[in-house]
Design a protein around this ligand. Structure first.
Ligand SMILES: Cc1ncc(COP(=O)(O)O)c(C=O)c1O
Length: 449
């Protein structure tokens, strides 16, 4: 198992061949059956004392298992937040796996961490974060939010005597569901700031919510730079002023919308992010990295290290003056999951990123324009980034659901209904520059014919 035998040359070629073909053509039949008994039968005996051999296992994956998944890089995957990893990033992911890098501490992973930090610096420069800022790659936006809020609480405790009031964080109900879970994990209260009619948190609403929350001890405000459901960006600049005045930690959840930092047309929507104490961004959403690649960036990384660094006798040899990603979030062992992004940036250049992000934005705004002028369709909200919420006039909830299921089963597209202020509607989220405008046009035609 640990010796290279001649037959492994062939297996390696087959695996590489398969992976490259998949990267070339992310659209394949993928809306297949997910019947648990069928799947169990297909893999029956694969894990056995003798094994079945790599070629047979690869066949099962290609023919049965992947078709029973819904890889999110299908250009017509338009629900949730899809993904669209670049080919270079996908290929390099295999290299990362083959390299066994422990990227928690500089001492073990310096080369990988240096490259990851170069990619993070690019993101921080786009955001306008100072040269002293730093961060690390984490598994997802949920992990980034948790790391940020744990650091915020740590800073509050560092600066304040306990008041006896329960600690709290503030967010609108448009903030990602993970904020609710993070608050529960941290055992802090979650105060909801009412959003305005477009779904944004404003400075005024934050201030009046703070006034009404004197029985609690707020430590942080979580803003969204692109809510998951509607792509709404809170008033980051106005909220930053409130946070500066009150000493609250400002976290920006840019897990989805952070891709727009690279845009030449929509970067301005995220103005104010440069004033945050921390922001999270998911390159596996809109910066063309494969799963799982998110990042958390801190204005003051020393505070994050105070909150997170693991200390033990067996870690005494770790040089804490170096950049140690393990110190900046809840992890120790860490895959160098930022390397595929770095490799792709180095391969393609940052201009290609701006173009790809702009393409997705243009696709979404073109769809919005079609909807705006269509007699049977209506925008629910003017899109800010690349999420479009709209209604099909004349449809009830059953009609939305039936159309969505039929379209998914036919393999045409995945567009699941969502709700805005309780009303069911349709939602399209475009991050994939490979999405064909003609396919989007055909989708609208299908729902209006
Ligand atoms: C705005 C936002 N924040 C956080 C998350 C959670 O990210 P992850 O699924 O990578 O944990 C998401 C996921 O869609 C998101 O859209």
């Amino acid at each position: 198992m640990h010796e290279w035998t001649p037959d492994l040359d062939e297996l390696a070629a087959a695996v590489l061949d398969y992976a490259s073909e998949r990267a070339k053509r992310p659209k394949d039949p993928r809306w297949g059956a997910k019947d648990a008994a069928e799947l169990a039968a297909a893999i029956e005996g694969a894990v056995s004392p003798e094994g079945i051999g790599g070629h047979a296992a690869l066949d099962i994956f290609r023919d049965t298992l992947l078709p029973a998944c819904r890889p999110n890089d299908d250009p017509m995957m338009l629900s949730y937040v899809p993904t669209a990893p670049s080919i270079a990033a996908v290929l390099f992911d295999m290299v990362v796996g083959a390299s066994s890098i422990f990227a928690g501490h500089w001492e073990a992973g310096a080369g990988a961490i240096a490259a990851e930090n170069q990619a993070l610096r690019w993101i921080m420069d786009l955001a306008g974060f100072p040269a002293t800022a730093a961060g690390c790659f984490v598994s997802g936006g949920t992990a980034a939010n948790l790391a940020a809020l744990v650091t915020a609480r740590h800073r509050w405790r560092d600066r304040n005597e306990p008041s006896g009031r329960p600690l709290a964080v503030l967010a609108t109900d448009g903030a990602h569901a993970s904020i609710d879970v993070v608050a529960r994990v941290m055992d802090v209260e979650l105060i909801r700031v009412p959003a305005d009619e477009t779904g944004r948190m404003t400075a005024e609403a934050l201030e009046s919510t703070l006034e009404a929350s004197e029985h609690l001890e707020p430590v942080a405000v979580v803003t969204s730079a692109g809510t998951t459901n509607a792509g709404v960006v809170d008033d980051l600049d106005g909220i930053a002023s409130v946070c500066e005045r009150t000493g609250l930690w400002l976290h920006v959840d840019a897990a989805y919308g952070g891709g727009a930092l690279a845009s030449t047309t929509h970067r301005g929507e995220l103005d104010g992010i440069e004033r945050a104490d921390s922001f999270g961004i998911d390159p596996h959403k809109w910066l063309f990295a494969p799963y799982d690649c998110a990042a958390i960036l801190y204005r003051d990384p020393a505070m994050a290290a105070h909150a997170h660094a693991q200390q033990a006798a067996y870690l005494d040899a770790v040089d804490r003056d170096e950049a140690n990603p393990a110190d900046l979030s809840l992890h120790l062992t860490r895959r160098a999951r930022g390397l595929p992004l770095w490799f792709s940036l180095a391969t393609n250049g940052t201009r290609a990123y701006a173009e790809a992000v702009d393409t997705a934005l243009r696709l979404a705004h073109d769809v919005a324009e079609r909807i705006r002028t269509h007699e049977r369709l209506e925008l629910v909200l003017e899109p800010t980034l690349s999420v479009v919420l709209f209604r099909r006039l004349g449809w009830d909830e059953d009609a939305y659901t039936a159309w969505s299921e039929r379209t998914a089963r036919a393999g045409t597209a995945l567009v699941v209904p969502t709700r805005w202020r309780g009303e069911m509607c349709l939602r399209i989220c475009v991050v994939n520059p490979r999405t064909d405008p003609a396919d989007l046009e055909a989708l609208l035609a299908d729902m209006t014919s």
